[in-house]
Design a protein around this ligand. Structure first.
Ligand code: HEM
Ligand SMILES: CC(C)=CCC/C(C)=C/CC/C(C)=C/COP(=O)(O)OP(=O)(O)O
Length: 307
């Protein structure tokens, strides 16, 4: 049977529940959820406090667009995903879901998300979100991922956008603060991803994906995790340095940085084979923690006067 053509009976046999679950999976819901936390913090850090409708429409539009981008990634990567154990069970890689249906779903979500941002939020946020969507779905997935070990550094610009998108959604303009929030996520992306890539190096090599551990080897990648880790630490201190956040943020982020660098240093030393996976897992707690303390500092520091 040609690729993408699935007998209607097989869909019927899978059942509508399974199909909806697969469509949900295409959106990378856990990744998008963390992005939405970053976007929400971007919104709440902007002054004056945004109206609930601005927050709601902004988050919904960003969520739909990011979910759509993730679904395009599943479509474009379906053959590659089938070659790796981590991704082989995905709906398209395992041919549970017809490709045209996934393509339609990705288009629907993307058009709905960008349309909603234009209609109910503002044009600046809609254009920036569209650029992020295309940056991830097309530039990263279709080209960079297969072309260069710097794929995730350049592609990381798209993934780092949500806090900036949150800010512009409620203010309608850019500024140094949203760009700094974006820079934190951007610097964090290489240690986040290369830690996992070290753990999955053999799978990427077999699939022929030029991730850094494949092209430059584990020792070089371990060093890069450590160096980008320090870059992330430096950037994470900037909100305090420029007076955007106070002492509470500084204390919180220092504690997170200590733990983050502990894991990155273990990755760098290369003696503990479990370190890369543990460092990858902690990287997610780290980014949530940094945005959490940014928010806590913003509200608690100005209490009882209000943010
Ligand atoms: C180009 C940039 C990025 C790359 C290449 C990347 C790569 C990855 C990969 C390969 C995974 C494993 C997924 C899996 O096991 O199915 C992952 C997981 C994850 N990433 Fe990233 N990531 C990037 C940016 C981000 C950003 C910006 C965020 C959030 C702000 C994020 C949050 C997460 C979360 C929460 C997970 C865990 C998902 C789960 O448990 O299902 N990532 N990332
Ligand atoms: C509009 C907007 C904010 C867009 C951003 C969209 C988005 C969901 C980015 C996710 C980043 C990510 C998980 C990359 C991994 O891709 P991969 O293909 O290398 O990983 P995989 O092998 O797990 O699919």
């Amino acid at each position: 049977m040609p690729e993408g053509v699935v007998m209607p009976s097989s869909l019927a046999a899978a059942g509508p529940r399974r199909t909806w679950r697969d469509l949900w999976t295409l959106c990378k819901p856990r990744v998008v959820a963390v992005m939405l936390v970053c976007a929400l913090v971007g919104m709440l850090l902007a002054r004056p406090l945004p109206a609930p409708a601005a927050i709601g429409f902004g988050l919904l539009g960003i969520a739909l667009a990011a979910g759509g981008a993730a679904a395009f990634n599943h479509v474009l990567d379906r053959r590659l995903d089938a070659l790796m154990r981590r991704t082989a069970r995905r709906p398209l890689a395992s041919r549970r879901l017809p490709t045209p249906l996934a393509l339609g779903w990705a288009t629907l979500l993307s058009v709905a998300g960008i349309g909603l941002l234009f209609w109910r939020v503002n044009a600046l946020t809609a254009w920036l979100t569209l650029a992020s969507l295309l940056g991830y779905a097309l530039v990263y997935t279709a080209f960079l991922k297969r072309a260069t070990p710097q794929n995730i550094v350049i592609g990381g610009v798209a993934g780092a956008a949500p806090p900036m998108l949150g800010w512009t959604a409620v203010t309608g303009q850019l500024g140094p603060e949203p760009l700094l929030l974006m820079l934190i996520v951007f610097a964090w992306t290489p240690p986040h991803f290369w830690a996992l890539a070290l753990h999955k190096r053999d799978e990427y090599a077999r699939a022929g994906v030029p991730m850094l551990p494949v092209t430059h080897g584990p020792a070089f990648t371990r060093l890069q995790v450590w160096l980008y880790g320090w870059l992330t630490v430096a950037v994470s201190l900037l909100p305090f340095v420029i007076g955007m956040s106070g002492a509470l943020y500084l204390v919180g982020v220092m504690a997170l940085n200590a733990r983050f660098m502990l894991w990155n240093a273990r990755v760098w030393r290369g003696r503990d084979p479990r370190a890369p996976l543990a460092a990858f897992r902690f990287s997610i707690h780290y980014i949530l923690g940094v945005f959490g303390v940014l928010l806590a500092d913003h509200y608690l520091s100005s209490w009882p006067l209000g943010g």
